[in-house]
Design a protein around this ligand. Structure first.
Ligand code: PEP
Ligand code: CO
Length: 473
């Protein structure tokens, strides 16, 4: 390895040909561009020390897992797989405990089982976890009763309590975040290695709430039908279907805090590429997706598959520019576009953006985030989302893609395995008056386990040609 590269991770290796990204790339080349959504630290020396420590610590994921995911995403682009990406809006350090992690995993597994059965396609499971600790905010400060403090930007940056001390960005939190991501991932890998994701044992994923849920019967029917299919296949072929694979679960987070992303970006000699080894699939939010901004400069040079959020405020030229800068070689599986228009804007905006991407000749994977365009605030000031609007956006996405000769290849959901009351509607018809009962999110409202499972069931129903209704008990 080149000594300079080894020492600082700053040696340039890749020259991109397409404009405007025609300058040499290296993991720190983003520093010459305007970087939005970065915290202002009071002590630059301490920050530098923390970043140097992060750069020395071992990676959380490895390049062959990342390449395996890219290959699966390429299959999803061809309609051979479906992507389920989900987890908290923001993970919190406090929630890094076995029960909460296992519950989140269980919900994602249950959803993927339901989707597998309905869609008849293998499901790629990507958690918004093990590193989802930094958040973009619409304002730098928050004012309460005449007091103005820096906004909470996720546990990697500062703390949610409304005091000057808690809101002060603290570089050491980046190390705490790295450690919690490692602990989370270690636990998830152990569960998977131990057979937790084995399709033969869906009972491992049972969640207590389901016993009393109106969805229980419908879910059990799906589980039984999969057990029957497995049994049939295994008796016919004499083979056993194995699903307990180490790389069966992938991680993702928003690649927002550029210094820490840079510190975890490593050169893999054998592949002659730079990878962000803190996660399998980082994504870039729309607030940081300016064509000549620092985030796009950073993202264009890493070899991971990447996601880009696409909202109603994005126009055709902007999106075409992103596709060209981020995937100039038109590499299969490289680029996932996560559209999040909201039920009100999707009809108007999605068709023209599908056409705009098609005009570039680039292959992308389109998935729908039905959460972020459907956020509203109640009269009482509580941030929430309505289940019906979330479902409406997913349904419209399937239909519009089909009408445009494209296809919806996955969904991106904010959810938790806990029994929270943050989004309204769903099988139990949560109302505005229920929100206060168990609202835990510091940032965006998440579907609770039951609402998330119901959404998966409705997607599966729709795709298997049945009406989008579930017989509730
Ligand atoms: C998010 O995914 O939590 C988020 C902030 O999304 P967006 O960038 O789409 O608003
Ligand atoms: Co969010």
């Amino acid at each position: 390895m080149c000594a300079l590269r080894a020492a600082a991770g700053l040696c340039s290796i890749a020259v991109m040909s397409s404009s405007p990204a025609s300058t040499p790339w290296h993991p720190a080349s983003w520093r010459s561009r305007p970087a939005t959504q970065q915290p202002a630290y009071a002590n630059p020396n301490e920050l530098e020390q923390v970043i140097a420590s992060l750069a020395r610590l071992p990676p959380l994921v490895v390049s062959w897992e990342i390449e395996a995911l890219r290959e699966q995403l390429a299959q999803a682009q061809r309609g051979e797989r479906f992507l389920l990406q989900g987890g908290d809006c923001a993970e919190s350090f406090e929630d890094c405990e076995s029960d909460r992690i296992a519950k989140k995993l269980k919900v994602l597994l249950q959803m993927s089982l339901v989707l597998l059965q309905g869609l008849r396609r293998p499901v790629i499971r990507i958690g918004r976890f093990a590193g989802q600790y930094a958040k973009p905010r619409s304002t730098d400060t928050e004012t309460r009763e005449g007091i103005t403090l820096p906004s909470y930007r996720g546990d990697n940056v500062n703390r949610p309590g409304f005091t000057a001390a808690e809101r002060e960005p603290d570089p050491k939190l980046l190390l705490r975040g790295y450690e919690r991501a490692a602990l989370t991932l270690n636990f998830i890998r152990s569960l998977i290695d131990g057979g937790f994701t084995d399709l033969h044992h869906p009972e491992y994923w049972d969640l207590a709430f389901l016993k009393h849920s109106p969805l229980q019967k419908a879910y059990q029917k799906i589980v039984d039908s999969i057990a029957e299919s497995l049994d049939f296949f295994e008796s016919m072929s004499g083979l056993r279907v194995h699903d307990a694979n180490r790389v069966d679960f992938f991680t993702s987070h928003e690649g927002l805090h550029l210094l820490s992303e840079q510190a975890q970006t490593r050169y893999i000699e054998r592949k002659e590429k730079w990878y962000n080894l803190s996660t399998h699939m980082p994504w870039v939010g729309m607030r940081t997706a300016n064509l000549d901004g620092a985030h796009i400069e950073y993202f264009r040079g890493i070899a991971n598959p990447i996601g880009v959020k696409v909202g109603a405020g994005m126009n055709e030229e902007w999106l075409q520019g992103l596709v060209q800068i981020l995937n100039p070689q038109n590499q299969p599986g490289r680029l996932t576009l996560i559209h999040r228009f909201g039920a009100k804007d999707i009809e108007r905006r999605l068709p023209e953006l599908i056409q705009a991407v098609r005009a570039t000749g680039s292959q992308v994977l389109w998935i729908c985030d039905p959460m972020h365009g459907n956020t509203e605030t109640t009269a009482g000031g509580i941030k929430t989302r309505r289940f019906d609007k979330i479902l409406a956006e997913v349904e419209a996405s399937f239909r519009i893609h089909e009408e445009c000769g494209s296809q919806l290849g996955g969904v991106h959901i904010e959810l938790t395995g806990d029994d929270v009351t943050e989004c309204m509607g769903g099988a139990r018809g949560l109302a505005e008056s229920d929100l206060a009962r168990a609202y835990r999110s510091q940032v965006d409202p998440r579907l609770n386990a039951e609402q998330a499972l119901e959404l998966a069931m409705l997607i599966a129903r729709r795709s298997s040609g049945k009406s989008a209704r579930i017989n509730r008990v």
